[in-house]
Design a protein around this ligand. Sequence first.
Ligand code: AHR
Length: 501
Amino acid sequence: MARVYLDSRRVIGALDRNLFGSFLEHLGRAIYEGIYDPVSKLSDANGFRKDVMEEVRQMGVPIIRYPGGNFVSGYNWLDGVGPKESRPRVLDKAWNSINSNQFGTNEFMAWCKAVGAEPLMGLNLGTGTAEEAAALVEYCNSDQGTKWSDLRRKHGFSEPYGVKRWCLGNEMDGPWQIGHMTATEYGMKAQDAARQMRYVDPSLQLIACGSSGPFMPTYLEWDREVLEQCYDYVDGLSLHRYFTNSPQDTGGDSSKFLAMNLSMEQQIEETIAVCDLVRGHKRSPKRLWLSFDEWNVWYRARTGDATNGHRQQAPHLLEEVYNLEDALLVGGLVNSLLRHADRIKVACLAQLINVIAPVMTNSSGLLRQTIYYPYKWALQYGRGAVLNLLVESPTYEVSKLGQVPYVDVAGTMSAQDGKVAIFALNRDLSKAHVVEINWQDRTPGQVLVSTVLTGGDLKASNTFDSPQKVAPQTFAKPSTSGGRTKLELPARSYTVIQWSG
Ligand code: AHR
């Protein structure tokens, strides 16, 4: 039996809603056909797909990164503003695709407002200069009376947008990145951009590019060198990670795959250690936070034609089909992010629509992929503060990770209304596990939500013809007596329970 000890006085930290943000890149069918499709009968007068907006609004996605990704490192933001008929058709050299530029900064701001999300703007520090980055900040945030703020006004947008958070480039450590450079070169460029941007708007929060992942030969050393250059000028450091269940990585072993969120935690802790090391070098009072601004499962649609747009607009790129086991790992990844909510202030599920996405579109509607559910539950039920739970569980051995608990539980509690939510992954592929929750300082109210994602076939996915193959099922409401709640988590499952205060 697994045991969870829950004491509402013991918390990890306040849960920033932006921990469950997402990402939209000019890539494949994410923007064109995905959120913007002026010829679709499902679109409004702006060309925005109404069904997509409604879905994103009701999911409650708090912050959305845009416009890339690899795309941003070759993007000239000026191509995407001003009269639509004058905007150039441009070859995007990150994904070998055509960008008509009919959707640009002002359209993204309007779309974000319509779905209730904050923009997290990416800047081109590949082919772009620090001056161009500062010009975009001025275009977006200055009221009037300067070259770029007046240009925005001339384009018909009198109100500044007040964009608060900005990413200083994307994956600049990667040889695949347009404008790739050394850590010192990038750190100096990020410092220059940050300084110029802060003259325009001192209230900005800036995120420097950290390592693209532990697979990089420069992992952590890149982060250290970059921060040695720009620590004093930035607020956060980015990290990225995509998980795979490929023969090369896990040998296709699903029980190993379901433990990979623990490897994400290792990456988070190592990156925090580097931030704090440089903090020590600098004798700085400032503590950086992390922006885990790309995370997901992604390995099937990752090579060849799945990543080459062949000079088409809106090609089918990175259209990963997600199955049950992917959704279970995404649940585990949600738990890992929650457990590090004290240092991660922004994180983005990569991505949101059509491209490695929880939501797919076709000309007549939407499809919720399997990973939609754990992500949606995090958005819906993760509230208030993250609880510092003590979890005891039987374990199994995973190479490189050691003893891995079968049961992985995270929880939140809202001080406002006393609602408690727990998110529980059962990694055991063949057996149910009983979990006893021990309420240390309070007893819960009634069960408001009790739902589970599970199934007999780990490889099952949803399709437009069969959209409910992997969907939430009702989980019998557990009862509480004597300060204890017992529940039985089915094999291969991710469960959410919410209690009233
Ligand atoms: O999200 C897809 C791609 O993955 C992004 O463009 C890039 O930043 C990462 O390598």
